[in-house]
Design a protein around this ligand. Structure first.
Ligand SMILES: [Zn+2]
Length: 346
């Protein structure tokens, strides 16, 4: 039976904007509620660095415009998730490591966008991962002593070059990564990776030195790649829900869209923009963004992967555009496949 892992990157916008309640806690509650109706479990990837910054500000007396404590709300929600049988693991957006609260907003450090070339005077990569693991365990273990943080996802899939990440994972006792999107290539101003040689028909593989390269022998680290298939970009952007999401995501989504359509040459240019839409791009299976027909298309694609039994989907509470589309997918999948948690897959 095919197993689906529904992961959810639990975070504000990459540029530091957004509201913990409106963009994280409330949509996560809606997702959990509908998932539970269909017996599905959610695995949250908790962006721990913004949590540190929010906590620091709140405790120093700056309420950042919040009436209620956002840090406490996040803590309560993840503990409650464990109670309800979901899972919580580690996610990093290193631009938050040196983020500063200026006037009335966050200014993130764009020089530290990629976990893969993390470079900070504050801490090493190993210290970052270790502190992240201990932060999550510190929140959850007082309530659930058996809880363990052992899986990681790099922010924006920026896990290449991956050798240093693999080394740090080993040193911190982490056993799972789920940052790789087989087939995807990104050469933007911020995100840079090329996963075109990673196999897009494997549900998991063992990692030796590089996350993106399957190792033939069994090792102590497993990669669970995110499901991805090539689709014509026009279809991706055509859907109303997607456009609505770009509107909702305001600045940060528009900036990434502009970076993609204008990368690698003169900015703008109508031909470049039009041809952009007719090229294929590997697309992750995003259960917060997809319209029903794209869920159907991806279900069709995975049904053809006869020998593969693990499929990692991704979503973001901040980009939840239609709970109905998610419910459609859950309804179709229920009874035919199993909704898994990490411990079922590793
Ligand atoms: Zn993220």
């Amino acid at each position: 039976m095919k197993k689906l892992l529904l992961t959810l990157d639990y975070e504000l916008f990459g540029d530091g904007s957004g509201d913990v309640f409106k963009h994280i806690v409330e949509p996560t509650n809606s997702i959990l509620e509908v998932a539970e109706r269909y017996g599905a479990k959610i695995t949250v990837f908790f962006e721990v660095v913004e949590y540190w910054r929010l906590k620091q500000q709140w405790e120093s007396g700056n309420h950042m415009g919040y009436d209620n404590n956002p840090v406490e709300a996040m803590e309560k929600q993840v503990v409650d998730m464990i109670r309800r049988g979901h899972d919580v693991q580690l996610h990093f957006h290193p631009q938050w490591v040196d983020a500063k609260w200026v006037d009335d907003h966050w200014e993130v450090d764009y020089k530290n966008w990629r976990l893969s070339d993390f470079n900070s005077s504050i801490m090493t990569l190993k210290q970052l991962i270790s502190k992240g693991k201990h932060t999550l365990e510190g929140i959850i273990q007082p309530h659930f002593p058996a809880y363990e943080c052992y899986a990681l996802r790099a922010g924006g899939y920026n896990a290449q070059p991956s050798e240093a990440i693999v080394e740090a994972l080993r040193e911190c006792g982490m056993r799972v990564d789920t940052s790789i999107v087989p087939g995807a290539i990104e050469q933007g101003a911020l995100s840079i990776y090329d996963y075109s040689t990673s196999p897009s028909d494997m549900g998991k593989w063992f990692v030796d030195e590089k996350l993106e390269e399957p190792c033939k022998e069994n090792t102590d680290i497993i990669e669970l790649p995110i499901v991805s298939f090539p689709i014509v970009r026009l279809f991706k952007f055509m859907s109303i829900t997607r456009i609505k999401s770009i509107m909702l995501n305001h600045k940060s989504a528009q900036a990434s869209f502009t970076a993609k359509t204008s990368s690698g040459g003169t900015r703008g240019g109508i031909i470049r923009k039009i041809s952009f839409f007719f090229k294929k791009e590997f697309q992750t299976w995003d259960y917060c963004l997809f319209p029903c027909w794209m869920h159907r298309y991806f279900l069709h694609k995975i049904s053809k992967q006869k020998s593969r039994d693990i499929f990692v989907l991704i979503g973001h509470p901040k980009s939840l555009v239609s709970i109905k589309n998610l419910e459609f997918m859950l309804k179709v999948v229920k009874d035919k496949m199993k909704f898994a948690i990490l411990s079922d897959l590793t």
